[in-house]
Write a protein that binds this ligand. Structure first.
Ligand code: NAD
Length: 313
């Protein structure tokens, strides 16, 4: 009997690859182009991606023997779920593997915003000593607004509370009790906008959440609010955010994700009151090892027709 063949397109930590190799032929084609992917996908039973590879309907049209798509992480907005489902291709992810890494990055960005850490460091590297110009503010006593109180939102809430912040949460898919159990005080989106000193977004990208933070949303916020986004580019209207920063309605923003990645040196990225990181929130050794093992085990279970822990479609 021939063994299963698995294609990895965005890299996979070695511990996950080892699990796959025990039962499958594994090809690691990190960085493969969209054109090449469409040409070769027909040979594989399974494909494992992260966020770079776009598994489109056009790619899936060539995937004649594909049985399962694995996302080594959480967000599946780069996979055409309807097209996969129509072809009876299972999609699985590793939704809990990167939760802590993203929560910690969110907090790192909040502290960096509050204490001007990136400006302080770059000024020192320019031989400057800008002590009085770099007045910071404390997190203690401030209000933190969470949009999306899922796995990551819950871990962020716990950490924000540890700084003595009041944590508000908006999530229309959870009831008030569930939001309270996850460490946030349930509020409407308008209340969250009106009361929060920091707003952090933890929702999936969907037609409903696309441009959720637009010009109207920024105008409804408290003047001087700081925005953090480690969720997905596209959830924030970047043009509206830049305008809100320039008018000082928004005091600063920390962004790990962008509508187009990499964004290049846009006016938003270059702005002194913006902290930008290249989609690294989940990029810790621990999270990547966890994601690799989780997705490898889930792929093998799917190929063997066993029960799945994290079936998306
Ligand atoms: P999750 O599914 O556990 O939580 C998402 C929450 O958002 C859910 O509770 C859901 O009810 C809520 N939600 C959906 N639509 C909403 C809306 N319109 N308004 C408010 N809340 C809404 O997912 P998670 O593990 O917490 O991850 C959240 C997102 O973070 C992922 O979808 C992914 O896009 C992103 N992410 C980014 C990175 C990174 O590297 N930067 C890594 C992992 C995850």
């Amino acid at each position: 009997m021939r063994s299963w063949s698995v294609l990895i397109t965005d890299g996979l930590e070695e511990s996950g690859q080892a699990i796959l190799r025990a039962a499958c032929e594994v090809e690691d084609r990190k960085g493969i182009s969209a054109e090449e992917l469409a040409q070769v996908i027909g040979k594989y039973d399974a494909i494992i991606v992260r966020s770079r590879t776009k598994v489109t309907a056009e790619v899936l049209a060539q995937a004649t023997q594909l049985k399962v798509i694995g996302r080594a992480g959480v967000g599946v907005d780069n996979i055409d779920l309807a097209a996969a489902s129509a072809r009876q291709i299972t999609v699985v992810n590793a939704p809990q593997s990167t939760t802590i890494a993203v929560a910690e990055h969110t907090i790192a960005m909040m502290i960096a915003l509050a204490r001007n850490l990136t400006q302080a460091d770059s000024s020192m590297k320019n031989g400057q000593w800008l002590k009085s110009q770099l007045m910071g503010s404390e997190l203690y006593g401030k209000t933190f607004g969470l949009i999306g109180v899922g796995n990551i939102g819950t871990q962020v809430a716990l950490r924000a509370a540890a700084f003595g912040m009041t944590v508000l949460g908006y999530d229309p898919y959870l009831n008030d009790e569930q939001i309270r159990q996850r460490g946030a005080e349930p509020v409407t989106l308008n209340d969250l906008f009106a009361k929060s000193d920091y707003i952090s977004v933890h929702v999936p990208l969907s037609p409903e959440t696309r441009n959720m933070l637009d010009g109207q949303a920024f105008s409804a916020m408290k003047r001087g609010v700081r925005i953090i986004c480690t969720a997905r580019g596209g959830v924030i209207d970047e043009t509206a955010l830049l305008q809100a920063i320039e008018s000082a309605q928004v005091a600063g923003a920390a962004l790990d994700v962008f509508a187009v990645e990499p964004p290049g040196l846009t006016a938003l990225v270059a702005h002194p009151r913006v902290i930008a990181t290249p989609h690294i929130a989940a990029q810790t050794a621990e999270a990547q090892a966890r994601a690799a093992v989780d997705i490898a085990e889930e792929i093998l279970a799917a190929l063997a027709g066993k029960p799945l822990r994290w079936k998306v479609v």
